[in-house]
Design a protein around this ligand. Structure first.
Ligand SMILES: [Zn+2]
Length: 326
């Protein structure tokens, strides 16, 4: 790992939110952190200007001389090109297609910039500074609005031809529900934040008036989502348990297939849906026991992210290192 203080300007552009900060990649400490809504509605140029403004503010207010900034790392929540030089598509910013974001950032700051998708960046952050920091081989799965993932193999971010880690779109039920990608029965279509919200709303509309789901939903009609689902599940709601069982069964099946293929030392789960870890870990554990080959459960550790949302920004900073190079 890196032993001397080494500073990187890091950006986490998630589509609707932007975070930026100065990261010391020898320690994983973040300073001069800025979080703001991304002006996605105003288009690509406004988003670029928001990043430039945040970066300028950090460089002007931090105590590190500009010449000591080693590089710039960008995590992008969308599809990027295999060579990582171009944003192919953003789901949130309508005209941000085929946009050379890192080159534009490099041109502005005069510091080399590197980009990666958010699943890969978060995996690298969790591996370098979080739950996976003592491993060589690790699978990271982030369950938030969508399901993102990334692989660190032999101590390096693994990209395949550029699209490795599309764990959310692994098919686990050919007859399953439609997914945002156009297929059916993907892991994301069963356990992502958007999917759990959809099934919770459907269950709430058909819920018995005496059920925990009905009571919680009636008290929070505008917040019927994955968080409320997990609360109802903890209170013994039958419909909520059915949604959780189906979702986490799909997730567990996907994890077990990946573990059988790759034999990693650790699988780390993160993202907003996993925040109530204690409530969910029995469902995940049950699947691991069920779907892994007999006797192989003890070969892989299951862990919860310990970085509480900062793994993506930290991973963006690590894109400037050899750990992110092929
Ligand atoms: Zn899909």
């Amino acid at each position: 790992m890196i032993t001397q203080p080494t500073y990187v300007l890091a950006f986490d552009f998630g589509g609707t939110k932007l975070a930026a900060g100065l990261v010391d990649i020898s320690s994983g400490s973040i300073s001069n952190l800025i979080r703001l809504p991304a002006p996605a509605e105003e288009g690509a140029d406004a988003c670029l200007q928001a990043m430039v403004k945040a970066g300028n503010t950090i460089l002007q207010t931090c105590v590190i001389p500009r010449g000591n900034i080693q590089g710039i790392g960008i995590s992008f929540g969308g599809i990027i090109s295999d060579d990582r030089h171009t944003v192919v598509k953003s789901m949130h910013v309508k005209d941000w297609n085929n946009f050379p974001l890192p080159d534009r950032i490099t041109d502005h700051f005069g510091i080399p910039a590197f980009m990666e998708n958010d699943g890969n960046a978060a995996a690298l952050g969790e591996w370098a500074f979080g739950a996976g920091r003592d491993t060589r081989d690790m699978l990271y799965v982030q369950i938030s609005t969508g399901v993102g993932a990334g692989l660190v193999l032999s101590g390096k971010l693994y990209r395949g031809q550029g699209m490795a880690g599309e764990f959310g779109h692994v098919t686990v039920d050919p007859d399953g529900p439609p997914c945002a990608c156009g297929k059916t029965g993907c892991i994301e279509s069963l356990v992502s934040g958007w999917a759990l919200k959809k099934y919770t709303l459907e269950a709430y509309q058909n819920a018995d008036t005496g059920s925990p789901l009905y009571r919680l939903g009636s008290a929070n009609p505008t917040q019927i989502d994955a968080r409320l689902l997990i609360q109802a599940y903890q209170e013994g709601d039958v419909a909520a348990a059915s949604i959780i069982d189906r979702g986490f069964n799909a997730l567990g099946m996907g994890i077990c297939n990946a573990v059988s293929l790759l034999d990693p030392q650790m699988v780390v789960l993160g993202g907003g849906v996993t925040r109530n870890w204690d409530a969910l870990v029995p469902a995940v554990e049950e699947c691991l026991q069920r779907f892994l080959m007999p006797g192989s459960r003890q070969r892989v550790r299951l862990a919860h992210s310990i970085l509480d949302g900062s793994e993506t920004l930290l991973g963006a900073a690590m894109l400037t290192t050899d750990f992110a190079r092929p």
